[in-house]
Design a binder for this molecule. Structure first.
Ligand code: NAD
Length: 342
């Protein structure tokens, strides 16, 4: 659906970005990447931790008037320095703060997974539509050049018709004192939401199809640490008899996507790391890693979409599509692997 009537910032050369939530991803990846962007500038922060403010102020030259907390964040509405609010919070908080940002008239970039439920995803989409702001989900892989090459192969079919796929993403999580939100259900933790959306999104972008049915099961080998899923296996049935076998885990390192076709295969390993995504094919081609910064490319492209009033590469609907399937995966897993039609 074409996007119209956006609040186009008055001919700014760079959009002002405010990061909401200054945890690992904001601090270690997004803020440094913003220093490399052409179309964006880190102008503001929203944080509930006053102790973090001096460090961020001195490192990024932030002005006091652009620093907010969760209670006064809605006042961003009156701040022309901020064009985009980037939600980088625990997953169960994405909806609340995306809606506050949209109602403040700011474009919304929301981290993956978009939100724990379809209902919440739809609420974010509705709020952005109502306030005529753009909404983008932080699926960085869709902006990544090696990934884009294999996405294009879904249409050009250099190895013939797709037959089956496998995709796995995970890492060993659960150290520390076991209290982090990613280990627990309340704030949208668990392997499926955190890492499982990578293989799920990958088999959707690699096939350019939507699954018809899912079966799934979860395993928890460390119940003393996890109340959310530690490992989830899920199988997707796509049109034309194409199958995808997927796995995500907080118990082991996994990072591979393979596409088998009737005349060959191609594979990316790693397929979702921040750097070094690379591939090989059955006829000996090597897909060399992209040398740029993934997050900088993602944010520059998403900013360009706003500046040019064009549809973003990864709109809110894309985040919702994954969560619709995640809901079916959890339904299957909680009913002994029953086949759930979508
Ligand atoms: P994190 O735990 O390191 O950071 C979360 C931040 O939210 C912290 O600064 C914390 O203080 C703040 N917060 C605010 N209210 C909170 C509350 N009630 N409970 C707990 N924390 C609260 O997590 P992260 O790894 O930075 O993940 C944040 C988001 O970014 C998640 O949605 C995650 O999926 C996403 N993420 C995306 C990528 C990617 O590659 N696209 C990578 C990592 C994380």
């Amino acid at each position: 659906m074409p996007i119209t009537n956006f609040l186009i910032p008055n001919q700014k050369k760079k959009l002002g970005i405010a990061l909401v939530g200054l945890g690992y991803y904001s601090k270690d990846l997004l803020a440094p990447a913003l220093q490399l962007t052409k179309n964006c500038e880190l102008k503001g922060i929203v944080t509930g931790s006053p102790g973090k403010i001096p460090v961020w102020k001195s490192k990024y030259g932030l002005e006091d008037k652009n620093i907010y907390n969760y209670e006064n964040m809605h006042k961003i509405a009156n701040n022309d320095d901020i064009d985009v609010v980037y939600i980088v919070l625990p997953n169960a908080l994405h909806m609340k703060y995306s809606v506050i940002a949209a109602e403040a008239g700011k474009h919304v970039w929301c981290e993956k997974p978009m939100a724990p439920t379809v209902k919440e995803c739809q609420t974010i989409i509705n709020a952005c539509r109502k306030n005529k702001v753009q909404l983008t989900v932080g699926y960085r892989m869709q902006h990544e050049p090696v990934t884009q090459k294999i996405i294009s192969w879904a249409a050009s079919k250099p190895f013939g018709e797709l037959k089956d796929l496998s995709a796995e993403a995970g890492f060993r999580n659960g150290g520390g004192d076991g209290t982090h939100w990613k280990l627990h259900k309340e704030l949208g933790g668990g392997a499926m939401y955190d890492m499982g959306v990578y293989p799920l999104n990958a088999v959707r972008y690699a096939t350019q199809m939507e699954p018809l049915a899912v079966t799934a099961r979860t395993e928890i080998s460390r119940p003393e640490i996890f109340t959310a899923d530690e490992t989830t296996f899920f199988n997707l049935e796509f049109p034309g008899g194409v199958h995808a076998k997927c796995k995500t885990s907080f118990a082991e390192n996994l990072n591979e996507l393979t596409v088998n076709c009737d005349k060959g295969w191609y594979s990316l390993s790693p397929f979702q790391s921040y750097t070094g995504v690379k591939g090989k094919t059955s006829n000996g081609q090597i897909l060399q890693p992209f040398q740029g910064n993934q997050q900088a490319v993602q944010m520059d492209e998403d900013a360009k979409a706003i500046m040019n009033n064009k549809n973003p590469l990864v709109p809110g609907e894309e985040g919702l599509s994954d969560i619709r399937i995640v809901e079916a995966i959890f339904k299957s897993a909680s009913s002994d692997g029953q086949r759930i039609e979508l």
